[in-house]
Write a protein that binds this ligand. Structure first.
Ligand code: TYD
Ligand code: MG
Length: 458
């Protein structure tokens, strides 16, 4: 039997050593050495002209026209929101990484869908973190029929691979990649080398046998433990499970998806018997209060629009430099919008503290929420309440002008569905909508001053 040897490779210069050092002796960079397994090189194929004269290999380039179309047959997970984020279900032979903070509910989501998929197809759940008894207890809590689900409680990669090879399930779940270890590597489980090696071996098997593989990865702080970042290029889809641990709803978002739209969002609620789909998520992000500083925006998340409340609080500062805090929105965006309000509307915000929060713990990244933020701040500053039933949509330029945003019709339809009666939007944006069909008053503004006058009055 050949002995497998491992060595350490510097990730910045590529130098190899047999021993681990904190600092690369060749380029001097710190913490850059990562353990790797040495693969024997076939000398005949590497040297001499044997490469040219050898028999032609099976892999040959083919014209696109000769390739037939095979429709993607997806495996439905039994959970509508999960399927939506995956792009309609799991694709056989694909690798899906589900990342998220510990305790957010990754195991619950995957076990729940494993139980429901096991009714129609073969599913193997490899639990490397919890014992078989613990998984059984969780199954009982989830109230499903788990009789068809196969379970393997194992941390050794070789054993897991053997079992996968033997059972050849249609779907396999690895919970989690950080707890699995390859005995050929000296590094601790969860280190970059272990995570990469384990994922590569699993990928190889999954592609060969057309197993749809769901891998759980923890998002960890920087350090020796590897987050799922090292795997992102390897897998077909990266889903992140997020949410406030103190609130009950959870958001599943597709960051990368080779078989569906990215930025797709699934909304769940954690209850006593597992995760429940939230079918009308906009209601979750509306506070239903009318107070100064509250403005409503329509955010576009993948193929869905969400109506979300923003809350701003502006109060006189008692510090030398005013405080600015934002939850759910980047602080630099808030700074930029405050600067525009100060310069173009003359609001003396540099003498005021400013706090901003998105209701329901949602992260709003798109610039279409700029107008909503600006109006929320102005409303709190002037202590004026926005008229009920108004939504604000628009991107703000540094010169105070409003820029049109995409997917306007979809956003307005969602606002109308939830009973809103007025929308303030950038000039020219309404042209792209079928105005007659909407039961919504559309007010167009070309700059921030006009929009604020429309929203709050002179
Ligand atoms: P878990 O799925 O173990 O998280 P992860 O795998 O991401 O680390 O979920 C954990 C939390 O969810 C835990 O605090 C308990 C809670 N929970 C419920 O509220 N209801 C349930 O039905 C289950 C199974 C868990
Ligand atoms: Mg878990």
């Amino acid at each position: 039997m050949t002995r497998i040897v491992s060595f350490y490779v510097c990730q910045s210069c590529g130098a190899k050593t047999r021993q681990f050092f904190g600092r690369c002796a060749s380029c001097g960079s710190w913490n850059s050495l990562v353990e790797q397994i040495e693969k024997p090189v076939n000398s005949r194929s590497r040297f001499g002209n044997s490469r040219v004269k050898s028999e032609p290999k099976a892999g040959r380039a083919v014209p696109m026209a000769e390739l037939g179309e095979t429709p993607l047959e997806r495996i439905v997970t039994g959970c509508g929101e999960f399927d939506r984020v995956l792009g309609g279900g799991l694709v056989p032979g694909s690798l899906v990484l589900v990342g998220g903070d510990p305790g957010i509910g990754k195991s619950t989501l995957l076990l729940q869908s494993a139980i429901s998929m096991a009714c129609n197809t073969s599913v193997l759940y490899v639990s490397a973190e919890e014992s078989a008894q613990q998984v059984k207890l969780r199954c009982k809590r989830l109230d499903g029929d788990d009789s068809q689900l196969k379970l393997l409680a194992e941390t050794d990669l070789t054993v897991a691979l053997e079992e996968l090879d033997l059972l050849r399930p249609a779907v396999a779940i690895i919970d989690s990649i950080q707890a699995l270890h390859d005995e050929n590597l000296a590094s601790a489980p969860g280190s970059v080398a272990q995570v990469r090696e384990c994922a590569a071996a699993l990928q190889h098997l999954a592609k060969k046998q057309e197993i749809a593989l769901l891998i759980v990865g923890h998002v960890t702080k920087e350090g020796i433990l590897a987050g799922p970042k090292v795997l992102e290029h390897l897998v077909d889809a990266v889903l992140t499970f997020e949410g406030d641990r103190f609130a009950t709803h959870r958001l599943l978002r597709a960051v990368k998806n080779r078989f569906g739209a990215t930025h797709e969002l699934g909304v769940f609620e954690m209850q006593g018997h597992g995760l429940v789909e939230v079918l009308n998520p906009s209601e979750l992000f509306l506070s239903g209060q009318s107070a100064s500083g509250v403005a409503t925006i329509v955010a576009s998340e993948g193929s869905r629009s969400l109506v979300v409340d923003l809350q701003a609080l502006v109060s006189a500062t008692s510090y030398a430099s005013p405080r600015r805090t934002a939850t759910g929105i980047g602080t630099s965006r808030l700074h930029q919008i405050l600067a525009v309000l100060e310069k173009h509307l003359g609001l003396p915000l540099s003498r005021f503290d400013c706090y901003l929060a998105v209701a329901g713990g949602l992260e709003v990244e798109e610039p279409a929420s700029d107008l909503g933020i600006a109006v929320a701040v102005a409303s709190s500053f002037r202590e004026k309440i926005l008229p009920a039933g108004t939504v604000l949509i628009g991107e703000l330029g540094l010169g105070g002008q409003l820029r049109p945003v995409g997917q306007i019709e979809q956003r307005l339809l969602e606002a109308e569905r939830l009973g809103f009666s007025r929308a303030i939007l950038p000039f020219g944006n309404a042209i792209r909508t079928s105005k007659g069909k909407l039961n919504l008053e559309l007010l167009e503004a070309s700059n921030l001053r006009e929009a604020i006058n429309l929203a709050l009055g002179e």
